[in-house]
Design a protein around this ligand. Sequence first.
Ligand code: GLN
Length: 203
Amino acid sequence: MNIGVIGFQGDVQEHLNMLKKISRKNREVKTVDVRRIADLQKVDALIIPGGESTTIYKLITEYGLYDAIKQRASDGMPVMATCAGLIIISKETNDERVKGMGLIDVTVKRNAYGRQVMSFETDVDIKGIGRFPAVFIRAPVIEDPGRSEVMAALDGTPVMVRQGNILAMTFHPELTGDARIHEYFISMAWGRGGYISTADVKR
Ligand code: GLN
């Protein structure tokens, strides 16, 4: 199964490293640095990393990936989006420079944690995963999770959500040594048949 990471800017290498760590245990997992439509065509699932949402937004739009990702995700491709990535896939943002793709029914506000606590680390309890060390870096705030399922919240504010094939969080799991969220995402992709080994084909 090929997992892509949008490779223009932000925590690209960190996500690729995490996936490579998983692929040492499971050889079926392969990574693709996605910067062109042709790269996107190769992937079964996609990660949109954290970084600067206005920059990533500009580049994916320039390379035609904005519409292509939207199309593939609506066709069911699993997408995991972290921080800036979440802003890009949201339904609504408070910044007109980043038009949300509407892949998830979430309204976000950029850079909405107070200045003094713009970056911090704390444990969060994630449904189905457990306690997880969450690193927040100038994170957006999920103002309204809409119809998405809240998987984790901090002081009543959602920080991780899922809606069908879309998984998103305001923190950075790629900056910890903990691969459970990436593994969860891979199992989501697996579940929808992104990967079919000949042993699984019973017909
Ligand atoms: N502040 C960034 C933005 O709004 C997001 C921060 C991040 O991805 N760590 O684009």
